[in-house]
Design a binder for this molecule. Structure first.
Ligand code: FES
Ligand SMILES: [Fe+2]
Length: 416
C-alpha cells in the first residue's frame, strides 16, 4: 500500500561511526554529513520516526468522545481521536475511496468522520458505514475499508504512535524511565502555553544542545545563575533515554525570570529534594522532558529538512494552580522562551559551521557524556549491526571538586 513507510537501508555505515562508538574520552562526534545529507534524513524519518514509538502529543487534547488532533510523523498525516467507547485511537488521515484528506482543522471535535469529497462516513472507531451506490459492488467488504489504524499507547498523559506497528511494546521502549517519574501524575497537568519554533538546524543538533550545560555560562547567563552548569547528577538507567538533574541554588525556587515560583505549589508527587532540582530527560527520538518543581515543560522535535526542525514547546501546570485567580505563567514561559532562543541560535551556528569541508568531528568535553550517550543511540542505529554501545560516563566535576556519580549506560545495555 502506498501509504506505508518503507524502510530504506542506512546510508551511514558502522565504519562511518566507528569513531563515535568509543569511550567518551577517546570518541569523536557524529560525522558532519548526518546533519546535512537529505538521504540521511530520509532514512531517519522512515527507519526511526516511522519505525518505532514517537511522542506526538498529549491525551488532554482528546479527552472526550470525538475530540481529536492531527499530527504528522515521517511525512504521514495522522489523526488521534477519542472513540465513543472512551478509547484513544490513531488513523491515517485519508479516505479509503479516492484517498482524500479527511480532516483539515488541526484539532477540534467530531461526531463522525465524513469525507469532504464524496461524503463517505466512518464512525469514531474508524469503521466505514455503507457508502452510497456501493451495495452492488462485488468483493467489497466494509470491514476491510475502515480508516487505516496506527498503533497508539500512552504514558504519563503523553501519546505515542508506532507507525511500523512492529515495535516492541511502549513499556519496553521506555526502559526504566517510568520509574524515575512514577511519583508524579504528569497526565493530570494542563497546558498553559505553547510556542512553536522553526529552527534552522538539524534535529540531532538540538538534542545534543539540550543534553549538556557546557554552553550554559556563556549562552544562558540567566539560567546559569539559578542552576549553575556544573551542579547536578546523571540519572543512570536502561533504555533509549538519558536523564540528569541540576541544582536550584540559594533562595531560588525554580527556573523563571526571577527564580521564584510566585506561589505556585510544587507538582503533586514532588519529594523534598525535588524542590531544589530541575530534571531533564531525552526520550528517543524526539521528546525532551524538563520537570521543574512547579511545572513541566516538553519539547517535541519534528525534522522538516536536514537543516530545519519544527519544535513545539509547551508548559504544563497543576490545574489547581491554574484555577487560582491571577494565575500567570509568564515568568516561566518568558524565561524558557529566552533560553530556547539562545539555544536555537547556537544550534544554527553549529549547523552552518559543520557545512564547511574544513570541519572534522570534534571531541567531547568531560561534561558532555549525555551528548555522547545520545550520539551513540544515533550511531548504533545507523550501524544496524545489532551492537548497543555502552556509555562510559566521565565523572562530572562539581562544587568544591565534588564528583557527580558516574551513571550507567543511558541508552545502552549494561554489560552482562
Ligand atoms: S475520496 Fe472520500 S468519499 Fe471519495
Ligand atoms: Fe541551552
Amino acid at each position: 500500500m502506498a501509504d506505508t513507510v518503507t524502510r530504506p537501508r542506512s546510508p551511514i555505515s558502522a565504519e562511518d561511526v566507528a569513531a563515535v562508538r568509543q569511550p567518551t574520552t577517546r570518541a569523536r562526534m557524529l560525522p558532519p554529513r548526518v546533519f546535512h545529507d537529505p538521504a540521511v534524513l530520509a532514512y531517519e524519518q522512515a527507519a526511526w520516526f516511522g519505525g518505532g514509538w514517537v511522542g506526538v502529543g498529549r491525551e488532554e487534547d482528546a479527552l472526550t468522545a470525538g475530540a481529536y488532533f492531527l499530527v504528522e510523523v515521517a511525512g504521514q498525516r495522522l489523526v488521534v481521536v477519542r472513540g465513543d467507547d472512551g478509547e484513544l485511537r490513531a488513523f491515517h488521515n485519508l479516505c479509503r475511496h479516492r484517498g482524500a484528506t479527511m480532516v483539515e482543522e488541526p484539532c477540534g471535535a467530531l461526531v463522525r468522520f465524513q469525507c469532504p469529497y464524496h461524503a463517505w462516513v466512518y464512525d469514531l472507531r474508524g469503521r466505514l458505514r455503507q457508502p452510497r451506490h456501493t451495495d452492488t459492488l462485488e468483493d467489497f467488504d466494509l470491514a476491510e475499508n475502515g480508516l487505516i489504524p496506527v498503533r497508539l499507547a500512552t504514558w504519563q498523559g503523553l501519546v505515542f504512535l508506532d507507525l511500523s506497528g512492529e515495535a516492541p511494546p511502549l513499556d519496553e521502549h521506555l526502559g526504566d524511565l517510568p520509574g524515575h517519574l512514577a511519583r508524579y501524575d504528569l497526565g493530570a497537568l494542563r497546558r498553559a502555553r505553547r510556542i512553536d519554533y522553526d529552527v534552522r538546524a538539524n534535529w540531532k543538533a538540538i538534542v545534543e544542545n539540550y543534553s549538556e550545560c557546557y554552553h550554559c555560562p556563556g549562552v544562558h547567563p540567566e539560567l546559569n545563575r539559578i542552576t549553575p552548569y556544573n551542579l547536578g547528577e546523571y540519572l543512570p538507567g536502561e533504555g533509549p533515554w538519558t536523564g540528569s538533574w541540576m541544582e536550584v541554588i540559594g533562595d531560588f525556587e525554580t527556573l523563571s525570570t526571577d527564580g521564584a515560583t510566585h506561589g505556585r505549589p510544587a507538582i503533586a508527587g514532588t519529594r523534598p529534594e525535588d524542590h531544589k532540582r530541575v530534571y531533564y530527560f531525552v526520550l528517543w527520538p524526539n521528546l525532551l522532558i524538563s520537570l521543574h518543581p512547579d511545572y513541566l515543560m516538553t519539547h517535541l522535535l519534528w525534522p522538516q529538512e536536514p537543516r530545519r526542525t519544527r519544535i513545539i514547546c509547551e508548559w504544563f501546570f497543576a490545574p489547581e494552580a491554574m484555577a487560582e485567580l491571577g494565575f500567570d505563567p509568564s515568568d516561566a514561559v518568558d524565561f524558557w522562551d529566552l533560553t530556547n532562543r539562545q539555544d536555537w541560535r547556537v544550534c544554527e551556528l553549529q549547523q552552518e559551521g559543520t557545512r564547511s569541508a574544513a570541519y572534522t568531528p570534534g571531541r567531547y568535553s568531560a561534561i558532555e557524556s549525555s551528548v555522547h550517550a545520545f550520539d551513540l543511540m544515533v550511531a548504533d542505529r545507523y550501524a544496524e549491526d545489532g551492537i548497543t554501545t555502552r556509555v562510559d560516563r566521565v565523572p562530572k566535576p562539581g562544587r568544591n571538586g565534588r564528583v557527580a556519580r558516574a551513571g550507567g549506560g543511558n541508552g545502552a545495555r549494561r554489560p552482562a
